[in-house]
Design a protein around this ligand. Structure first.
Ligand code: ZN
Length: 318
């Protein structure tokens, strides 16, 4: 009993000293862990890579929705605009090829993005090791990371995308076909591709044939003319890398009909999203999404008229 009393006395003294500021406070660190997340898909190693985040004023960007509905949907998810939105890319090691799907923004969207290279290295890979880069669509937050200060970041990689997107975004004459807010995308994207074009390493594709064993493109136009989903398959397990089929989880899973002003053609993008959501929910494969909260990997479940996102279960043993 005496010993216990002594212990309480010591504790009381420590608390008094701490309250008096005698014990030094640890400084707050205010950084996250490196932005990568690993997952095995059959024999393939998938590494989700975070490029950072962008603050999106989604209420203004979804201004064609019924008034108030976007803010209400955000409130249900404990969010308010602007929504801090992840920018994700996906690295796939098939065992024989190292394939990167999308590359982040580099410096094209300010200091909160452009971290892909740092996170790639933190994940144990070097840019020289990347054999192939598949771009879901040629927007600057997906293709910008190809190049830094005019130099190719991935010196040995072949860069591939759907022919429709190459034809559209690599020709500045097409700027007039885009809504005004998108016209500024052209110069950044053209500059990002240039070192690869100069080296003869930009190889657009048409159709759905496999690009490497286990990865094939599926046309999903609307967001851009050549927007592409990449289906990844190993040992019967499947992952669909969606690109920008959607942008705002809190709004578009419950109501896929809500469009965002980033689409080249929302009239095509909305039914495309509805079709893609329905297929994922029906077949139950993994989905990886560029702008869902990092790592942006999970499953879709049909839920009434909408869908529920089921994030991947965290694992320390991929
Ligand atoms: Zn995007």
């Amino acid at each position: 009993m005496i010993r216990l009393n002594q212990r309480f006395a010591a504790l009381g003294l420590a608390m008094a000293l701490a309250a008096a500021g005698v014990q030094a406070a640890a400084p707050q660190v205010k950084t996250q862990a490196p932005g990568y997340y690993r997952l095995m898909l059959g024999d393939f190693e998938i590494t989700a890579l975070n490029d950072g985040t962008l603050d999106l004023p989604v209420d203004q960007l979804m201004d064609k929705a019924k008034p108030g509905t976007v803010v209400k949907a955000l409130q249900k998810a404990y969010l308010k605009p602007p929504v801090e939105t992840s920018v994700n890319a996906y690295l796939i090691n098939t065992g024989t090829k190292l394939v990167l799907i999308d590359t982040g923004a580099a410096g094209l969207f300010g200091p909160t993005a452009g971290r892909l290279l740092t996170n790639l290295k933190a994940a144990g890979y070097q840019p020289e090791q990347v054999d192939e880069i598949y771009i879901t669509h040629l927007h600057p937050d997906h293709a910008g990371g190809l190049t830094l200060d005019g130099k190719a970041v991935f010196p040995n990689a072949v860069v591939r995308m759907d022919q429709h997107d190459a034809d559209h975004w690599l020709n500045p004459a097409n700027a007039a076909k885009e809504p005004e807010g998108h016209r500024g995308f052209f110069p950044g994207v053209i500059a990002a591709l240039k070192p690869y074009q100069d080296a003869g390493r930009v190889k657009p594709f048409t159709g759905t044939a496999e690009l490497v064993p286990g990865i094939h493109p599926v046309a999903a136009p609307g967001h851009t003319p050549g927007h592409t989903i990449y289906m990844v398959e190993s040992q019967g397990q499947q992952l669909a890398v969606w690109g920008d089929v959607m942008h705002v989880a809190a709004v578009q899973f419950a109501d896929p009909s809500v469009a965002i002003n980033f689409d080249s053609d929302s009239k095509v993008a909305v039914p495309q999203r509805e079709k893609v959501f329905a297929d994922a929910a029906k077949k139950g494969y993994f989905v990886a999404v560029a702008h869902l909260s990092f790592p942006g990997i999970g499953h879709l479940r049909a839920d009434g008229k909408g869908y529920t996102w089921v994030p991947v279960n965290y694992s320390i043993k991929p």
